[in-house]
Write a protein that binds this ligand. Structure first.
Ligand SMILES: NC(=O)c1ccc[n+]([C@@H]2O[C@H](COP(=O)([O-])OP(=O)(O)OC[C@H]3O[C@@H](n4cnc5c(N)ncnc54)[C@H](O)[C@@H]3O)[C@@H](O)[C@H]2O)c1
Length: 440
């Protein structure tokens, strides 16, 4: 099938790679011309394991094209995906300007029937707005063209995005007519070989499903973080508690890790946007507010622990920070807990020497004008002469460090494990002062 995707970020590029890999002819479009030129020359603007190779293969075999021309994208497509960003507006609602800009441009260029599919995470009612925008543009041009707008939220996880796209748990589509449903069934047939994964529903339910999924996951994290703080107050060990509840199949082990809070480009903004949608429709979402509040507090936990250890005297200290991306296997630092930690240390007069396997460039860009922030290549170099080490992102590289070497290299052997990846006994046996989240 002929597919176009407006927006060549994490979602657009992974979708483009995945759809072309099964044989569809895909045009990936973006308004960022430098990004498009880079892609044509094999430069992938984001880090996502396996993505560069997959883009390269499908590009060289002629199934994948990159363009900054929306006219080309519209002309090519039977199905056109909108996969542009929906960042938070000041009031927490989703900023739909990019989505509606694409809709408007589609209406300016459409000359034949088209299925427009909204893949961006958008509040309930957005597909309707997209449809209205395109219709308005068509009528301004004096045209009457049969087109549909469907919802198809994306559930991929950064860091495992290719596997998630190629072998999805489910493919949610929201449609208002059979023709659109059939087109999407045909498009996704190669991903359904094992069993039917396509869940077809009305458009509004599909739009809400994406927010519901992220709200549920964010709630699990915040509840676990809340419990970790209770554990600290009552002298219990949250890791024993985690094992004790995870074994119940109704609860399960996934997504119940205590830590430094959730970040990233999705959970924070999506919880806020869902709160906003609920409120705008006359419902006060008490639980969602609490999920967000607990998370905001939790992001400050590693610094609080650090500050308590040094009696609030951070000035003049050097803190090594391991991990900056919001989670391992991505270079994405949007709303990462590391941002709060680094900012707090610098504001308190300390210096930061940080290491991250992929987010170094992004961190350098964010903190370039902050004196006291330095980024280094090697984790032990970050720890050399440091007064404390805080682990904030659990990259595999950090799971089994040489603690003896750390104790020798550090000025003061103090470790704050913001993800509970190390054993307190093992670290303390090496003569290191060790703190973690919700464990004695
Ligand atoms: N990143 C994720 O893990 C993830 C997962 C599921 C859903 N989502 C959702 O998917 C959407 C896209 O997220 P992302 O992380 O890929 O965003 P991103 O910021 O990585 O990419 C968005 C791209 O859209 C481009 N763009 C903006 N306006 C445009 C326009 N008018 N025409 C063409 N291109 C335009 C930007 O230049 C950018 O390259 C968001 O709604 C997000 O919530 C993201």
């Amino acid at each position: 099938m002929r597919v176009s995707i407006a927006g060549s970020g994490y979602v657009g590029l992974v979708s483009g790679a995945g759809l072309s890999d099964v044989g569809h002819h895909v045009v990936c479009m973006d308004i960022d011309e430098a990004r498009v030129e880079g892609l044509k020359n094999g430069i992938v603007p984001i880090f996502e394991p396996g993505l560069d190779r997959m883009l390269e293969t499908n590009f060289s075999q002629g199934r994948l094209e990159f363009t900054s021309s929306i006219a080309r994208a519209v002309e090519h497509a039977e199905v056109l995906f909108i996969a542009v960003g929906t960042p938070p507006d000041e009031d927490g609602s989703a900023d739909l300007s990019h989505v509606l800009a694409v809709a408007s441009a589609v209406g300016d260029h459409m000359n034949k029937t088209l299925l427009v599919v909204v893949k961006s995470t958008v509040p309930v009612g957005t597909c309707h707005k997209v449809k209205e925008t395109i219709s308005r543009k068509l009528s301004e041009r004096g045209l009457e063209i049969d087109f549909s707008v469907a919802s198809n939220p994306e559930f991929l996880k950064e860091g495992a995005a290719i596997a998630d796209f190629m072998k999805p748990d489910r493919i949610v589509v929201g449609v208002d007519n059979e023709k659109a449903e059939n087109l999407l069934r045909e498009l996704y047939a190669p991903f359904n070989r094992n069993h039917q994964k396509l869940l077809c529903m009305d458009v509004r339910s599909s739009e809400l499903t994406k927010y519901a999924a992220n709200a549920m996951l964010a709630t699990k994290i915040s509840l676990m973080n809340e419990l970790s703080n209770v554990a600290s107050h009552v002298g219990a060990d949250i890791e024993h508690v985690r094992n004790g509840i995870g074994s119940d199949p109704r609860i399960g082990y996934s997504f119940i890790y205590p830590g430094a809070g959730y970040g990233g480009s999705c959970f924070p903004k999506d919880v806020r946007a869902l709160e906003h949608t609920a409120r705008a429709n006359g419902y006060e979402p008490e639980l969602l507010k609490a999920v967000e509040a607990v998370n905001n507090r939790q992001k400050h936990r590693p610094f609080e622990i650090l500050s308590r250890h040094f009696d609030g005297k951070i000035e003049g200290l050097t803190v090594a920070v391991w991990g900056l991306s919001f989670k391992p296997n991505t270079d994405d630092m949007r709303e990462a807990p590391s941002l709060y930690l680094v900012d707090s240390i610098l504001n308190a007069g300390g210096s930061v020497r940080a290491q991250d396997p992929q987010a170094a460039d992004e961190a350098a860009r964010i903190f370039c004008d902050r004196p006291g922030f330095e980024i280094v290549v090697d984790p032990y170099e970050a720890a050399r002469d440091a007064d404390a080490l805080v682990l904030i992102t659990e990259w595999k590289l950090y799971w089994a460090p040489d603690f003896d070497r750390l104790r020798q290299e550090m000025n003061q052997a103090v470790i704050v494990d913001g993800r509970n990846i190390w054993s307190p006994e093992v670290v303390r046996r090496r003569g290191i002062t060790y703190y973690s989240i919700g464990r004695p």
